[in-house]
Design a protein around this ligand. Structure first.
Ligand code: C2E
Ligand code: CA
Ligand code: CA
Ligand code: CA
Length: 275
């Protein structure tokens, strides 16, 4: 038995560093949320018709004591596997709304989009939390937006549908994120109260070189418009892609060409630069 214990001890550190880091991440996350170790960056949404910044997407990062600024890919997929995604999303909403209240005092009127996970869509307490945060920070329904992926919707379509109807009743807009990467069936998209289709970056980044990608973008834009939805393209990295999307009739774009996700102060500067 002694030997067994030892061999486990000696074996554990030789597990890949990644496994170890994941373990640390999950055991520290609850405290990180409580201690405000998370930070939000905001990526502008740019309206092609007016050249204005009309909104932004809140993207979470973790200022970790040991690992530095961690991108969401390092922890969101893990957190999403657990109920901890609920307090995390709550933190994101609360922080974003507090920031919006501050921006409004500075004359900055900008919508903020928040990413939701499957467990937020199946959480019966969620809509009540949204209502009370909106009241606390004096935020109108039309000033926030939720982004949901096809995968999150499909994992429990009935509950997701109910939740989306609650958003819709209040006038909170909802976008279908990463459009085209899941198994999108037009029959369910038609049934859901969605306001915006967000074309995934994978169809946008090569669209000038790739004819198929251009066709996919154009047909998504036409489809969305004929269903009464707006369209945003993510991952726009240069002026020529912006022009192509404008020519295709796309409504909004997001991407490094306009700006990477930035802190709140830099977002305010970008907002004024585009007035
Ligand atoms: P997403 O919702 O698809 O967000 C877009 C990601 O693409 C962001 O990465 C953004 O920085 C990146 N991006 C934006 N423009 C460009 C571009 O022009 N080129 C390239 N190459 N990339 C671009 P980020 O911030 O690392 O976020 C990754 C994912 O993490 C997000 O993908 C989202 O699924 C998730 N995430 C981030 N914040 C939250 C959150 O608060 N809650 C939840 N549930 N998920 C979040
Ligand atoms: Ca998103
Ligand atoms: Ca996306
Ligand atoms: Ca994406």
């Amino acid at each position: 038995a002694k030997n067994e214990g030892r061999s486990i001890c000696e074996y554990t550190p030789s597990l890949d560093a990644d496994t170890n880091q994941r373990f640390v991440i999950m055991s520290e996350m609850a405290e990180a949320i409580r201690n405000d170790e998370l930070v939000l960056h905001y990526q502008p949404k740019y309206e092609l018709k007016t050249g204005k910044i009309i909104g932004c997407e809140a993207l979470v990062r973790w200022q970790h004591k040991q690992y530095g600024l961690l991108p969401p890919a390092k922890f969101i997929p893990l957190v999403e596997l657990t109920q901890l995604i609920r307090p995390l999303t709550y933190w994101v909403m609360k922080t974003a709304m507090a920031q919006m209240q501050q921006w409004k005092r500075e004359g900055i009127l900008i919508n903020v989009a928040i990413n939701l996970s499957t467990r937020n869509l199946t959480d019966e307490d969620f809509i009540g939390q949204v209502d009370s945060l909106m009241q606390e920070f004096e935020i109108e329904a039309s000033e926030i937006e939720f982004e949901v992926t096809e995968t999150a919707l499909m994992s429990n379509l009935d509950q997701a549908m109910q939740q989306l109807n609650e958003f819709n009743l209040r006038g909170i807009h909802c976008s279908l994120d990463d459009y085209g990467t899941g198994y999108s069936s037009l029959s369910y998209i038609k049934k859901l109260p969605l306001d915006v289709l967000k074309i995934d970056r994978s169809f946008i980044s090569q669209m000038l070189e790739d004819k198929e990608d251009r066709i996919i973008a154009q047909s998504t834009i036409d489809l969305a418009h004929s269903l009464g939805m707006k369209v945003i393209a993510e991952g726009v990295e240069d002026e020529n892609t912006l022009r192509e999307l404008a020519a295709q009739g796309c409504d909004y774009i997001q991407g490094y060409h306009i700006s990477e996700p930035v802190d709140a102060e830099s977002l305010a500067k970008l907002y004024w630069e585009h007035r």
